[in-house]
Design a protein around this ligand. Structure first.
Ligand code: C2E
Ligand code: CA
Ligand code: CA
Length: 563
């Protein structure tokens, strides 16, 4: 009894599942066509007349929808419907010779089976990726839909994972070794994935340099370990051993999605994010997906922000310890968003940097910074403004033109402008960075290495870069005030900067203790909330109006950092 209940529940849940429902509707349609044809043949006088050929319709439909098995079943049903019970002529009641209907049934079955098989072969060909010959998106969806059919109530849903793999260095390898090698590498990746799965998982080639693996929850760890081991060895294409970097995104059923579509999409989102962040593998996370959706929506309003004047520059003063005065400011971008309020760059700069919109931002920042600079130095104060450049800016030859134009339009002397670039932006393409920064130095524009000590440091490049100042990263400076502070690191970085002929700036100076230690470590300039947080242009202007020689106290919110 319990077994019958379960079978009934299974039938019901399958029936309610969209794929199950479609299948049942198709079966009902074919059965109706068989019945309608039988009725028509009967009504039009029996088998003698040509209407029996209409039975090919449900037979072919069965083959098209369910392959060879469907064609054979529909052929059998159609043959039997027009079989022993159907007279040759309904008027005379003359019945068919059994050989007659048996032959016809056999022929229907034959046609249904052959057409079904051909259809399956064509579908397989269409479902294959033309480069690798591996099954592609359609077979992946079908396989997932089949596996994800709902479980009987009370049973745990089937656990499986979809892994989407991106062949990260594919373009680089193709550009270097040519498209022939690219085709071989794609084939090689599919073979290695298949070898790693050893029948425990299905391998699909989504398109281009993207692949998918569908693996049962219990086999996931084994399959991942085998994939990792297989891709430790280089692939040999045209006699050249080449390393393949695969980045994986993963979505698990049922945690991350219920349908084939959701799982594929979410594994892809995770893979894209992992690839952008240089990670090896990432599991889908609804939170970061929501954030990236919000970011994309935010970005869609960016052009409006530029044209509607929603962008503005804040300025953070830089205090010269020896001269005891503010020598300039760093221009920091802000977006006065109509819904979200005042946004700092972390909310939108990284997204702009991964799109072409960064190139629309830079001309705006350049001309706004130079406009502010021109205004602040009107009465001849020695003053400079620094603006931040990203890696993408350094690769954009338009930057030089933008700067040249803005300098000429505002009549600013290039010595009063400084650009800040991070080490990682420089290391993204050191030769290009050296070229662009060298050109700026030739004009007299200052070059600061930003966030120094925050990440990878290449002292070799530091020496070869035409930099005029070194900004020690906030994290390094703030450690000075920590319990296990070691001033020697900052001291040696400051010493290194000065020996290379650079001015040394301590960033993130938040309190007196840090200020004192930055001073004793030998920094020239300090910048931070303790001196003055970034301020809108009006505040800077007012401070100027109050005092000719601008002191930190004019800006400082709260207590002055100076004793
Ligand atoms: P950054 O160049 O390192 O700028 C310094 C950041 O540290 C600023 O954040 C500033 O407000 C913050 N800061 C200053 N003093 C202190 C302090 O004492 N303590 C702490 N905790 N933070 C302090 P902000 O304005 O949010 O800018 C963040 C980053 O966005 C900047 O880092 C810079 O890399 C980027 N950025 C800002 N403006 C632009 C721009 O116009 N173009 C580009 N490409 N990037 C920009
Ligand atoms: Ca900076
Ligand atoms: Ca910085």
């Amino acid at each position: 009894m319990a077994r019958m209940d379960r079978a009934l529940a299974l039938a019901l849940t399958r029936w309610q599942h969209p794929a199950g429902l479609r299948r049942w509707l198709a079966v009902a349609g074919i059965a109706t066509l068989v019945a309608a044809t039988t009725f028509l043949v009967w009504q039009t006088g029996g088998i003698r007349y040509a209407f029996s050929h209409i039975m090919y319709l449900p037979v072919l439909l069965g083959a098209a929808l369910f392959g060879a098995a469907g064609g054979v079943a529909a052929g059998l049903a159609g043959g039997l419907a027009l079989g022993p019970g159907m007279p040759i002529d309904t008027a005379t009641g003359e019945m068919q010779d059994p050989v007659n209907w048996i032959y016809r049934t056999a022929f229907f079955v034959f046609v249904g089976g052959v057409v079904g098989m051909l259809g399956q072969a064509v579908a397989r060909l269409l479902g294959e990726d033309p480069v690798s010959g591996a099954p592609s998106q359609q077979p992946l969806r079908q396989a997932l839909e089949r596996t994800l059919e709902p479980p009987v109530s009370g049973h745990a849903p089937r656990r499986l994972s979809v892994l989407v793999a991106i062949f990260d260095n594919y373009t680089e390898l193709v550009n270097t070794f040519g498209p022939e090698v690219g085709v071989r590498l794609i084939g090689g990746v599919v073979q290695r994935l298949q070898a790693s799965c050893q029948g425990d998982a299905g391998v699909y080639h989504l398109h281009g340099e993207r692949f998918a693996v569908v693996v049962d929850g219990e086999r996931l760890d084994d399959v991942r370990a085998r994939i990792r081991a297989h891709f430790m060895e280089p692939l040999v294409a045209d006699g050249v051993p080449l390393y393949v970097n695969l980045t994986f995104g993963r979505a698990d059923h049922p945690e991350h999605g219920a349908s084939a579509e959701e799982l594929i999409q979410r594994a892809t989102i995770a893979a894209d994010l992992a690839s952008r962040r240089g990670e090896r593998e990432r599991v889908y996370d609804a939170g970061s997906d929501q954030t990236s959706r919000e970011n994309l929506v935010l970005l869609s309003g960016f052009r409006r922000a530029v044209s509607h004047g929603e962008l503005c520059l804040y300025h953070q003063p830089k205090w010269h310890l020896e001269q005891e005065r503010v020598v300039g400011t760093e221009a920091l971008l802000r977006w006065q968003h109509p819904e979200h309020g005042l946004l700092t760059p972390v909310r939108f700069i990284p997204q702009l940097e991964s799109s072409h919109l960064i190139h629309e931002l830079t001309p705006w920042v350049v001309s706004a910074a130079l406009r502010d600079l021109a205004e602040l130095q009107r009465d001849g104060r020695p003053w400079h403004v620094a603006l931040n450049l990203s890696a993408r800016n350094l690769n954009d030859d338009g930057l030089i033109g933008d700067l040249e134009r803005a300098l000429a339009e505002t009549g600013t002397s290039p010595e009063q402008l400084e650009v800040e670039v991070t080490e990682s932006a420089v290391l993204a393409d050191p030769e290009q960075a050296r070229r662009v920064l060298g050109r700026l130095r030739d004009w007299g524009v200052g070059v600061a290495i930003d966030d120094f000590g925050a990440g990878q440091t290449s002292l070799g490049y530091l020496r070869r870069l035409p930099a005029t100042s070194l900004k020690i990263d906030r994290a390094l400076i703030q450690e000075l005030a920590g319990p296990s502070s070691d001033g020697r690191i900052v001291e040696s970085v400051a010493g290194l900067g000065r020996r290379l002929g650079m001015e040394v700036v301590a960033e993130g100076v938040e309190d007196r203790a840090t200020l004192a230690m930055a001073r004793s470590a030998g920094c020239d300039i300090v910048q931070g909330y303790g001196i003055c947080p970034p301020q809108p242009m009006e505040t800077i202007r007012e401070a100027f109006a109050r005092e000719r020689s601008v002191r930190a106290q004019d800006f400082a919110v709260g207590s002055s950092p100076e004793a």
